[in-house]
Ligand binder design. Structure first.
Ligand code: CA
Length: 513
């Protein structure tokens, strides 16, 4: 009995190991703040045949390094993030949906910002020293774990404010806040200015210089990589740019290219932040080549929520056109982000890439989300989530290597029981072609003025026929609406979600129509 048990354990271990590369790869998560799926010259949306389709915004933004990465890897046409910062960042580090880890809103560093009716049990404090996190697990597997850029995992005076408490061995520039004080070296990245409460730490060497924040972080990221390579250890680099989050400080290196675009000054500045971020990506790719580690290094490029481009109203087709909505909103423009996975140098003969060959220039049309990074990266490193860690993400291994994966979910739950933001107190549930939005308080004022939804609490869209959410089918398709709402309610229960509370202390759970 004992022998057969060990035998099956051994077999399980061998199956597990067979999915891992022969040697641990270096892993880079290149995370861009507030970059939506349309903020790039790489077309990420597709036509009915799954072929890349360009839209005018693809011609406005200039991202040659992303084009380079997309040409040597696989990109996804419907990749979901949460609609604001901290929920996504904690989902990446835990593999859990925000409804489960309960950091369902961005974290205000100074005070609990759950909102007037926000659930008291929501996780404003974010991550702590005891939490199972991706960098902690990777460190235990022999990785050097590096944090460069924006943290936003916990408020001031809490453990999550410091990435070193979360499994990272190095932290450059990570803190409790999200937006940088300033992108300018001449303004000391916010130190000594009116925005000193968001002053970016650890970059004193660049104070007073012309070095733009994105550039300073890139130089620092290269140094951290150099140190890991010298130690001959695989590294996990979580490189989370402050760009392209507001303030929209124009990057003078790229401003000329957008001067005649006819776009407003802040939208031009936004485009320079995008291009500076893109240069950083190219610089990192070049650096991996110079170090001779490009074949051993896998890059996951993504955004943390929908676009924040200042191009129009938050619920219109404008900022992420042709998608409707932007960061914070319940429409697709609020939660669809770029996602590209590629080896820094694809190779047919690389031992490290064995079993993980990623087709070049391919577009994957299966739905996926930020929660999937955690199990994917652990599998790459030859491990998996601890058995007692509830996991909502699913490994992308098969989809990345060009195989079908019908077991990979075609559902996405996005729960935002908070206010005030661009949309308030809402839950989105996507299942296949269908998407339902539940508005707990449809009459509640938003930061953009009062919004009245024609069908009260409900919006229903068929994204196959109406990908840009022009027609609310809630009143026309009552049976489908009821079915989708039932599925949403079940999913919220499965994730042990918490709900808004009204003035009398009653829980405001989604209601069936
Ligand atoms: Ca963000």
């Amino acid at each position: 009995m004992r022998i057969s048990l060990s035998g099956s354990l051994l077999l399980g271990l061998l199956v597990l190991l067979s999915q891992a590369p022969a040697k641990q790869p270096n892993i880079v998560v290149f995370l861009v703040d507030d970059m939506g799926v349309m903020d790039t010259s790489v077309p990420l949306l597709t036509d009915d045949n799954g072929q890349a389709q360009r839209y005018p915004l693809n011609d406005y933004y200039q991202t040659p390094s992303m084009e380079r990465l997309a040409a040597q890897g696989t990109r996804f046409n419907q990749f979901y993030a949460m609609s604001v910062c901290s929920p996504t960042r904690i989902s990446i580090l835990t593999g859990q949906n925000a409804a489960r880890h309960r950091t369902t809103n961005w974290i205000n560093p100074k005070q609990d910002n759950g909102g007037k009716y926000g659930p008291p049990e929501w996780n404003w404090a974010g991550l702590n020293q005891q939490d199972v996190t991706l960098p902690r697990l990777l460190a235990s597997l022999g990785y050097t774990t590096i944090h460069v850029g924006k943290g936003h995992f916990g408020p001031e005076q809490h453990e999550g404010a410091e990435p070193l408490n979360l499994g990272f061995q190095t932290n450059v520039a990570g803190a409790a806040f999200g937006a940088p004080g300033s992108y300018y070296g001449k303004q000391n990245y916010g130190h000594g200015t009116q925005r000193a409460h968001h002053a970016v730490p650890h970059l004193e060497a660049y104070h007073g210089s012309d070095t733009f924040l994105t550039e300073a972080l890139t130089i620092e990221a290269k140094k951290c990589v150099d140190n890991a390579v010298q130690k001959e250890q695989p590294f996990f680099l979580y490189f989370a740019h402050y760009a392209v989050h507001a303030p929209f400080d124009s990057d003078p290196r790229f401003a000329d290219a957008y001067r005649d675009s006819g776009k407003p000054a802040n939208a031009q500045a936004f485009a320079t932040l995008i291009e500076g971020m893109d240069k950083s990506l190219g610089d990192m790719l070049d650096h991996f080549e110079q170090l001779g580690i490009a074949e051993d290094t896998l890059i996951f490029f993504l955004g943390d929520n929908g676009s924040d481009a200042p191009l129009g109203h938050q619920h219109a087709v404008a900022c992420a056109a042709p998608l409707r909505g932007k960061k914070g909103a319940h429409y697709e423009g609020g939660m669809r982000v770029p996602f590209i996975a590629a080896w820094a140098a694809p190779s047919e003969t690389s031992v490290v890439q064995q079993g993980w060959k990623i087709p070049n220039g391919r577009i994957e049309t299966h739905m996926a989300s930020v929660m999937d990074l955690f199990p994917t990266i652990l599998e790459l490193a030859g491990s998996q989530a601890p058995v007692d860690h509830p996991l909502d993400g699913h490994s992308l291994h098969r989809l990345l290597t060009g195989e079908q994966d019908e077991r990979h979910p075609k559902t996405f739950l996005m729960h935002y029981p908070h206010a005030p933001h661009r949309s308030n107190y809402f839950t989105v549930y996507r299942d296949g072609d269908w998407k339902v939005v539940y508005h707990t308080l449809p009459q509640e004022p938003t930061s953009g003025g009062h919004i009245q939804f024609e069908d009260g609490n409900y919006e229903l869209f068929n994204l196959a026929e109406d990908p840009f959410e022009s027609t609310n089918l809630a009143s026309q398709q009552p049976a489908r609406l009821r079915q989708m709402m039932q599925a949403m309610i079940t999913a919220l229960g499965d994730h042990q979600a918490v709900y808004p509370i009204d003035a009398d202390g009653n829980e405001l759970r989604p209601q069936l129509p």
